[in-house]
Design a protein around this ligand. Structure first.
Ligand SMILES: C=C(O[C@@H]1C=C(C(=O)O)C=C[C@H]1O)C(=O)O
Length: 374
């Protein structure tokens, strides 16, 4: 069963056919959406059903694998790796000093721009390269599934676009019927045996910027927005601060694309104010983020739920409800595979109190989420 599911993915890579395979956080099923042709479809008004993959910069270029042009397959069991399949962790550490110098400089420039009051927060990032045998892509996907059960783990491929994998801890938006949920995620420290940790003001403030931005952006579009208490969550070997945000909306006045435009990119991956921070990123990072810090996931899926799962009789059908469900995630802790190279993308939020050396270390720690499995 495991063999046949993953072999199908392998075949699609070899035959250059588009697909995405993914497992949502804390779920057991891995789904694969196999597009039946190699057309490149865009989301346009976001009213269609399918799997979305959007770049950071422009959601008009968000790609969709439409459900009505795809076959869906499912794999339900535990992912088992045999001894030879575990990571040898042989990634290279060349050019470290040069990359570090560039990043430290970038952070210093960001802190200066913040002190000159150009903006309050900006997320700066970089890309690291490591040789990678692309025939091991599906094996890497299995390792990600095996290691990161609480993340959205995916492998996305389109012959006209590229090959991406990741294990992201961040939800952009979840919509079930008329209920919307999102989260504010920011602040990072290494996980050392406990989630009971103290956070510095820098991290608390940085995460609060994200929460306030999300709440303020949703308010004009949705009546009531509520937030939970800030908590510490574990993602791989890292801890982050998280606040859950939820809202109930009136379906008649709801425009999903407007909500998406208001939220993306959040200050968790861009900055505040959004436009100035984005401008700084585009001018000062020396590479193209492409799909890193974009978003991905299920758009307008149909979910059938029985209200009482204990009932075994046929009557039960009367209690079924059908809902439209959207589950989008921010594309973090991800890599692109290109010409037998792994391109690993990492970044972090900068505020007036950021220390450039520490920010570099934070990106190194984040890169290990992926690099420790190469
Ligand atoms: C930008 C990244 O992560 C984001 C930035 C964080 C931070 O600045 O502390 C924490 C979680 C994410 O919202 C990344 O992983 O590349």
């Amino acid at each position: 069963m495991q063999q046949s599911f993953f072999n199908q993915l392998q075949n699609r890579l070899e035959n250059q056919l588009p697909f995405v395979a993914y497992r949502k956080p804390n779920e057991t099923s891995v789904y694969a959406i196999l597009q039946k042709n190699d057309a490149l479809n865009y989301c346009q008004d976001f009213t269609n059903s399918g799997f979305v993959f959007s770049p950071f910069e422009n959601i008009e270029n968000a790609i969709i694998f439409p459900l009505n042009q795809s076959e869906i397959i499912e794999f339900k069991d535990e992912i088992i790796l045999d001894e030879t399949e575990h990571s040898q962790s042989n990634f290279n550490l060349e050019n470290r000093e040069k990359a570090k110098q560039f990043h430290v400089n970038l952070v210093e420039n960001a802190v200066n721009a913040i002190k000159n009051e150009s903006f309050k927060k900006v997320v700066v990032s970089r890309v690291e390269q490591s040789p990678f045998n692309s025939s091991e892509t599906i094996l890497l996907f299995k390792r990600l599934l095996n290691n990161y059960k609480t993340a959205m783990v995916y492998c996305w491929y389109h012959p006209k676009v590229g090959l991406w994998l990741g294990a992201t801890p961040e939800t952009l938006l979840k919509i079930e019927g008329n209920r919307l949920q999102t989260m504010s995620l920011a602040g990072t420290q290494p996980y050392v045996n406990t989630t009971d940790v103290t956070w510095q003001n820098k991290e608390i403030e940085e995460q609060q910027f994200v929460t306030d931005f999300i709440v303020d952006s949703l308010k004009p579009l949705i009546n009531t927005v509520s937030t939970t208490k800030r908590q510490t969550i574990k993602a791989g070997q890292l801890l982050h601060l998280q606040t859950k945000i939820s809202a109930v909306f009136d379906k008649a006045n709801f425009n999903f694309k407007n909500v998406l435009k208001a939220l993306h990119p959040t200050p968790a991956v861009c900055g505040l104010p959004k436009a100035t921070a984005k401008d700084f990123i585009l001018k000062n990072e020396n590479y193209n983020r492409e799909f890193y810090t974009g978003f991905l996931g299920e758009l307008n899926f149909t979910q059938t739920k029985s209200r009482n799962t204990n009932r075994k009789n046929v009557e039960n059908n009367a209690y079924q409800s059908i809902k439209t469900v959207t589950n989008l995630f921010v594309n973090l802790r991800c890599l692109q595979i290109k010409n037998n190279q792994a391109l690993i993308y990492v970044g972090g939020g900068i505020t007036k109190d950021s220390n450039p050396e520490k920010e570099w270390e934070e990106t190194v720690a984040k890169s290990l989420t992926i690099k420790s499995l190469l």
